[in-house]
Design a protein around this ligand. Structure first.
Ligand code: TPP
Ligand code: SF4
Length: 332
């Protein structure tokens, strides 16, 4: 954390090694994250929990955006964990121009920033809006839909940890069925979030027929960076929805963040795809079809489904959701 104006560079403790699976790749194919000269947009020293998927996702996305734009990025950030852990005023971990908006108006603030850049003739400056799933799917949804409908020149990134984590794990409209939160039924025949509720924001974004929509996961850095890089080249409204496990809210081990994220993808519960102007144009095909139970059992928010008498009915209903995703998006 620094209030110093000088940029802090990345420090790898083991120099001469290639991080995150890049060892066998040529220089051009390695991730932005493996490069010691990346911008380090979200600097170390912030106050996220250990293993926070949102901190990883934001760093991966904004570093990739900085590389793609030659360092010409500014961001609006909704209230939520990402804002709170990165920027306890007057300190900040961000090494980019960054504005804290209200919880619900990030998309509108970013639209204004893009308009200001247009008026000033600063064509090269790219505007990103970012927030959690609560700030995106619930309270910020009206402003976001307006930003899509006007095709404002903004990339909106939702870091989806499937609840309102910053205020103590309340349910959002991105909370999956059966997940326990502070505001879903703790007891009864079927504790946790009810089935048949919630919103699928990537599909809603596609319904606006905006130029680009993608889903991404912190478990697949190459894919995430490629999508951000592509989005930075496109003019108009763009939306990327990144799945970011939250050890605190999900009751998963901090060291399992990537594993949990990967199992969400490989089970079909969090499909990875890209869409242009409302049509799916690419999808990540599953390497192996993993049963949803493998993903769920690593998280205490689903612990009531396991134990001596597993809730086979609820597990089958969740498996059905994954199977439907796999079929509808032709993932297998
Ligand atoms: C109008 C308004 N209502 C409520 C709050 C309190 N609040 C701040 S952050 C937050 C939850 C954020 O959840 P989410 O957007 O999912 O982000 P996360 O913290 O999970 O990353 C809430 C309810 C607020 N700041 N403003
Ligand atoms: S509560 Fe979750 S999202 Fe927030 S900082 Fe901790 S791990 Fe990250």
């Amino acid at each position: 954390m620094t209030t110093d104006t000088a940029l802090q560079e990345v420090k790898f403790y083991q120099t001469g090694t290639f991080t995150i699976g890049n060892r066998l790749l040529g220089e051009d194919e390695r991730t932005v994250q493996s490069n010691m000269r990346r911008t380090n947009s979200l600097n170390s020293g912030h106050r996220a929990c250990q293993g926070c998927g949102e901190a990883l996702g934001a760093r991966y996305a904004i570093d990739a955006a900085m590389k793609a734009s030659g360092g010409q990025v500014m961001a609006a950030n909704a209230t939520g964990c990402l804002e709170v852990f990165s920027t306890p005023y007057p300190e900040t971990s961000w090494q980019i121009p960054w504005i804290h908006s209200l919880f619900g108006n990030t998309a509108a603030v970013a639209s204004g920033m893009a308009a200001a850049m247009r008026v000033k003739g600063r064509k090269g400056v790219k505007v990103i809006a970012q927030g959690g799933d609560g700030g995106t799917t619930d309270i910020g949804f009206g402003c976001l839909s307006g930003m899509f409908e006007r095709n404002d020149d903004v990339l909106f990134i939702c870091y989806d940890n499937e609840a309102y984590m910053n205020t103590g794990v309340q349910r959002s409209s991105a909370t999956p069925p059966a997940a326990r939160t502070a505001t879903t039924a703790a007891l009864g025949a079927h504790p946790g979030n009810v089935f048949g509720t919630g919103k699928n924001l990537p599909l809603i974004a596609m319904a606006h027929r905006i130029p680009y929509v993608a889903t991404a996961s912190v478990a697949n850095v190459h894919d995430l960076e490629a999508k951000v890089t592509k989005a930075m080249q496109i003019h108009g409204a763009r939306y990327i929805h990144i799945h970011v496990p939250c050890p605190l809210g999900w009751g998963s081990a901090p060291e399992h963040t990537i594993r949990v994220a990967r199992l969400a993808v490989e089970s079909g519960l969090f499909p990875l795809f890209e869409a242009e102007h409302g049509k799916v144009v690419a999808r990540y095909r599953l390497r192996s079809r993993t049963p949803v139970a493998e993903y769920l059992k690593l998280q205490r928010r689903f612990a009531h489904l396991f134990g001596k008498n597993p809730d086979v009915g609820t597990l089958a209903a969740i498996q059905e959701i994954a199977d439907r995703n796999i079929e509808e998006l032709a993932l297998a």
